[in-house]
Design a protein around this ligand. Structure first.
Ligand SMILES: [Zn+2]
Ligand SMILES: [Zn+2]
Length: 483
C-alpha cells in the first residue's frame, strides 16, 4: 500500500510554489549578490538553455590559478568521521591540538568505537597527487565500516589520557598550532567550534533547533535524539536535510520579525504562514537542482533490476520515517510545507544529485611528515617519542575530515571529461570551503568546467556513471570518442 503524507495533500499549493524552478531574473540576482558578497568577481553564473546553469570566467585565468572559493550553505561531517577528527562544526577547521587529535582518536579506539569509515581523502577521485601516498585508500563498504586498519601497538591508557588533556606535549607540535576548542553554547557537547563567531553563526543558522543541549530551541530533545539516532543508523544524509530545513525555518522567522517591525508602524500584523516570506527564506535552497530522492538515487549494484520498484518504495518509506521523527523534534506550524514528504524528498535529492564532498586535510599528517623531514640527529631524537604514537595509530595514522555539503556556486558547475578546472585543496586551504583551481588557462567568457567522475575511464564507463547524474556527456572528448 502506498503511504500518504497528509501534509503533501493539504499543502499541495504551497509545495508546488516552493518546488517551482526560480525564474531566470531571480536566479541571476541571487548569484550576482552571492558573487559580490564573496568577492569572487572573476566568475559569472549564466543560465544556458540546454544544460541549465553554468559558471563562466569573467576574467582571464592562468594555469593553476584560484578561480573561486565557495562557502557551503549547509554541510556536515560524516558521523563515523567524528571519531577520527575533531573539527569546528561550522567551518570544519581542525581544533584543539595535534596531541588532542591523536589522543582522542587513540582513546576512542581503545573504547572499541574507533573503526572508521573512509574512502580516501581526495576530493576528486581522479586526482593522483604524489603527495597523497600517506593517505590510505580504504574502500567504504555497504554498512559504512571499513576494513580493519592493520596491526597497531596500543599505548597505556594513562599515556593516552595525558596526551588528550594537554599534560604531555609532543616534540615540535608547537609548529602546528590549532584554535582552541569552544563548546556549543546550547550545552550539547556534540558540536564544537574554532571560535565564538563560528559558534554564534552556527547557532543562528541552524544549530539552535538541532542542538540536543539544554538551551536547545527544538520542541522535544527526546524526539531530536531519536531522529539523530535513526539518521546515524540509516543514512546521515537526513542530518543534512534537517540542517537545510532548520536553516529555512530560522530564515523565515528572521524575515517575519523584520517584516513585523516594519508593519508595526501601520499597526497591522500577519497571522499564519506568509508564503512570500517562506519563499524568500527558501530561496538559497530553491536554487539547487533537485529531484525526489527515491526517484534519483542510483540502484545499488547488489540489487537486481527486477527489485527496483521495491527498492525505491523502501527508500521513500525510510525518508518518511525520518521525517516523522524530525517533525516531532522541530515542527513549526508556519513552515508546515517544509515538513511534507515531497519537500523532504527533494532536499535529500538535491544533496544526492550534487554529491559534493567536504574534505579538510589533517594537521596530524603534516606533523608526522615534518618529523620525518627533520635533519638526522633531531629526527632520531624526536622519533624516540613519536614512533610510539605512530605505531599505536597504525597505518591510517592520519585521516582527513570528511562529510557532505552543498556549495551553491560549485553546484552550478557543469561537467566535462576534459575539464579546465578542478576542486582542489591547496596547502593553505584548511577549512570546509570548496576551492576551484584552473587546470589550464581560461579566457574571459569561457565556461569553467570540472569533472564529476574519473575522466580517464573509457567512454562507456563514463557515460554509465554520468547517467546517474541524469545526463549524457557531449563534451569534445565524448563527441570525439563516440564516432
Ligand atoms: Zn570555525
Ligand atoms: Zn549544541
Amino acid at each position: 500500500m502506498e503511504l500518504i503524507c497528509p501534509i503533501d495533500q493539504h499543502c499541495s499549493n504551497q509545495i508546488a510554489a516552493l518546488l517551482r524552478p526560480p525564474s531566470l531574473p531571480l536566479v541571476q540576482e541571487y548569484f550576482e549578490q552571492l558573487i559580490s558578497k564573496r568577492r569572487c568577481q572573476g566568475i559569472k553564473v549564466k543560465q544556458n538553455g540546454e544544460f541549465g546553469k553554468g559558471v563562466f570566467a569573467d576574467a582571464d585565468f592562468e594555469e593553476e590559478e584560484l578561480i573561486f572559493k565557495d562557502q557551503m550553505l549547509v554541510g556536515a561531517q560524516h558521523p563515523s568521521n567524528k571519531i577520527d577528527c575533531l573539527v569546528c562544526s561550522y567551518c570544519f577547521k581542525f581544533i584543539g591540538s595535534v596531541e588532542q587529535q591523536i589522543g582522542r582518536r587513540l582513546y576512542l579506539k581503545t573504547l572499541g568505537i574507533g573503526i572508521s569509515s573512509h574512502n580516501g581523502c581526495e576530493s576528486n577521485s581522479s586526482d593522483e597527487d604524489e603527495e597523497d601516498h600517506f593517505v590510505q585508500n580504504n574502500h567504504i563498504s555497504e554498512n559504512g565500516a571499513s576494513s580493519s586498519s592493520g596491526s597497531t601497538i596500543p599505548l597505556p591508557t594513562t599515556t593516552v589520557q595525558s596526551l588528550m588533556n594537554g599534560e604531555f606535549a609532543l616534540p615540535y607540535s608547537n609548529k602546528f598550532p590549532l584554535p582552541s576548542i569552544i563548546s556549543c553554547p546550547g550545552g550539547c557537547e556534540e558540536a564544537f567550534y574554532c571560535s565564538k563567531s563560528c559558534a554564534e553563526a552556527d547557532w543562528e543558522s541552524s544549530h539552535c533547533l538541532l542542538c540536543t543541549g539544554e538551551k536547545s530551541e527544538c520542541c522535544s530533545r527526546k524526539a531530536l535524539l531519536k531522529f539523530i539516532q535513526h539518521a546515524n543508523e540509516t543514512n546521515d544524509i537526513f542530518l543534512l536535510a534537517a540542517k537545510a530545513i532548520s536553516f529555512t525555518i530560522l530564515r523565515y522567522r528572521k524575515l517575519k520579525a523584520s517584516h513585523l517591525s516594519e508593519q508595526e508602524k501601520t499597526a497591522s500584523s500577519i497571522l499564519g504562514t506568509d508564503l512570500s516570506l517562506l519563499l524568500e527564506a527558501w530561496k538559497p535552497i530553491s536554487i539547487g537542482h533537485k529531484r525526489r530522492w527515491w526517484d534519483c538515487v542510483s540502484l545499488p549494484d547488489d540489487i537486481d533490476a527486477s527489485d527496483e520498484a521495491t527498492f525505491r518504495r523502501e527508500i521513500r518509506e525510510l525518508a518518511f520515517t525520518s521525517l516523522q521523527l524530525l517533525k516531532e523534534a522541530i515542527f513549526d506550524m508556519e513552515c508546515e510545507p517544509l515538513f511534507s514528504l515531497e519537500i523532504y524528498g527533494h532536499i535529500i535529492g538535491m544533496f544526492e544529485l550534487n554529491n559534493l564532498d567536504l574534505v579538510v586535510a589533517s594537521p596530524v599528517e603534516d606533523y608526522f611528515l615534518y618529523i620525518d623531514d627533520l635533519p638526522y640527529p633531531e629526527k632520531k631524537e624526536a622519533e624516540k617519542i613519536t614512533q610510539l604514537y605512530l605505531d599505536a595509530l597504525g597505518e591510517d595514522y592520519s585521516i582527513c575530515c570528511q562529510g557532505t555539503a552543498f556549495f551553491p556556486l560549485q553546484s552550478c558547475m557543469n561537467h566535462s571529461c576534459c575539464p579546465n578546472a578542478k576542486a582542489f585543496k591547496r596547502e593553505e586551504d584548511r577549512d570546509g570551503q570548496a576551492t576551484i583551481i584552473t587546470l589550464r588557462p581560461i579566457c574571459k567568457g569561457n565556461e569553467v568546467t570540472i569533472s564529476y567522475i574519473d575522466e580517464d575511464l573509457s567512454f562507456e564507463e563514463r557515460q554509465a556513471l554520468l547517467a546517474d547524474y541524469g545526463f549524457r556527456c557531449r563534451c569534445p572528448k565524448c563527441l570525439d570518442e563516440e564516432t
